[in-house]
Write a protein that binds this ligand. Structure first.
Ligand SMILES: Cc1ncc(COP(=O)(O)O)c(C=O)c1O
Length: 454
């Protein structure tokens, strides 16, 4: 580095963590908020700018998790802030279930353009969250097919409402004590090439899962009673897993054969994060129904159910929501799409945030893979774009959740906000405005932690 080159911005820790104000708010939080909230890291945000978040004690951290893959455009992006402000000054709420609003009509028109193939028409139902979009998807699939059963995957996460939590297959603590859950739901393994299920190999694990479903149809579950298969095209909470290339097309063929709706839950991996608008678009496959939320509106609460027109056949008044498709959230979503599509440029991020996610993601993946020889406890590095998982393993190759927890906390203590997922994985899901230089700063922190753990 020459004397004239500025040193890339670094996390700035002014107190030990937690600082005094953080500790005080955390204590009040614990005294009054629901006992169900997890508080994995002592961090209380005060304000954010771009990929940086500053806590109430003035400690500035680099954000590598984006509020669980939500803050697509970073914190307080001026284009998003302006769009939200403009809409609030016009009107905040006139229920979309009863009255059309141009801002949501044009948002729906914009979203379907990203999925429609020649000769196809899609429609949109707006919700406030991912779980509600999933609920809507299940209701629609049942209503459309007149069938009841839903097949989901192990390791999946689909939300916390009763239907969504039934579909979820990642942790028993989400279900314990809450039953009875939704009837007529089955789970099948997810084809994780790093830990192939059903005695399969990394190469044939996708086909093995499809064969397994077919075997259920022979002995256990009548295929003509199955309304839908719901799957994350890239599994999020379960460990940031990319399935083999033939899995989703294989599921499509299976669904076509049996008249089953194929639902892709894009809540976590969608909206440009993997370098394409939806993560399934890395594979040659088209679902019947898509659920979206999280990154769709840069942190404003919005979810969307997209479905083929031929599938969205539920009658007038059969489904709705007071706030779903709220115009302020819709304004934030338009602004997010402007940046994702590249109609509005973000300095330093190339043609579009989607391209940036692909390029910076490739850089991070390459760097992390390059560290694997030096740090054998990094068993697997995987992902697409800025949807990246690092799996920690013991010398015998089994998942090392304790080491992952330690690494995650050490990264946090050095100013890198991160989040775990799966049994032993750290997920990297930063805002899509992350530059290569900012990525390198995060990678330096990670390398430092890996060296201390060696
Ligand atoms: C794939 C997936 N679906 C659904 C949800 C639920 O979304 P929400 O928390 O907005 O209800 C999540 C949340 O993490 C998710 O990752």
């Amino acid at each position: 580095m020459t004397a004239t080159q500025a040193k890339p911005r670094q996390p700035d820790l002014k107190t030990s963590l937690p600082g005094p104000k953080t500790a005080e708010i955390m204590a009040r939080d614990q005294a009054t908020l629901s006992t169900s909230y997890m508080r994995p890291y002592p961090f209380v945000p005060d304000f954010g700018k771009g990929v940086w978040l500053t806590d109430v004690d003035g400690n500035t951290m680099l954000d590598f998790f984006a509020g669980i893959a939500v803050s697509t455009t970073g914190h307080a992006h001026p284009h998003v802030v302006q769009a939200v402000q403009r809409q609030i000054e016009k009107f905040t709420h006139v229920c979309l279930t009863d009255y059309p609003q141009e801002i949501t009509t044009s948002l729906a028109e914009r979203l379907v353009k990203h999925v429609e193939r020649p000769g196809e028409k899609w429609r949109v139902f707006f919700s406030n969250s991912g779980a509600e979009a999933v609920e809507a998807a299940v209701k629609l699939a049942r209503n459309h097919t007149g069938r009841q059963h839903i097949i989901s995957t192990m390791g999946s996460f689909h939300g916390r409402t009763y239907g969504a939590i039934t579909l979820t297959g990642s942790k028993t603590k989400y279900k314990r004590g809450f039953g009875p859950l939704l009837p007529a739901v089955s789970h099948v393994p997810y084809p994780n090439p790093f830990r192939p299920p059903l005695g399969s190999t990394p190469e044939n694990c996708g086909q093995a899962v499809i064969d397994h479903i077919e075997s259920l149809f022979v002995g256990i579950l009548p295929a003509d009673e199955v309304a839908a298969i719901i799957v994350e095209p890239m599994q999020g909470e379960g460990g940031y897993i990319v399935p083999p290339a033939d899995f989703l097309p294989g599921l499509r063929a299976l669904c076509d054969k049996h008249g089953i709706m194929l639902i892709f839950d894009e809540v976590q991996a969608g909206m440009g994060r993997t370098g394409k608008m939806f993560s399934f678009q890395h594979f040659d496959v088209q679902p019947d129904i898509i659920t979206s939320a999280k990154g769709i509106a840069s942190g404003m609460p919005l979810g969307a159910l997209l479905a083929k027109e031929s599938v969205m056949t539920w009658p007038v008044g059969s489904h709705g929501s007071t706030y779903g498709g709220n115009p302020v959230a819709a304004a934030a979503s338009h602004a997010t799409l402007d940046l994702l599509e590249g109609q509005v440029k973000h300095e330093g991020c190339g043609d579009s945030l989607m391209d940036n996610a692909a390029q910076v993601g490739d850089f991070i993946l390459g760097e992390l893979k390059g560290m694997q020889d030096e740090f054998p406890f990094i068993g697997d590095v995987r992902g697409r774009g800025l949807f990246i998982g690092i799996e920690f393993v013991k010398p015998d190759g089994s998942p090392d959740g304790a080491l992952r927890d330690q690494a995650s906390m050490m990264m946090f203590e050095k100013g890198l906000l991160n989040l775990d997922c799966g049994e032993a994985v750290i997920r990297i899901s930063p805002p899509l405005i992350l530059t290569r230089e900012e990525a390198a700063t995060g990678l330096d922190i990670m390398r430092g932690v890996f060296q201390e753990l060696k």
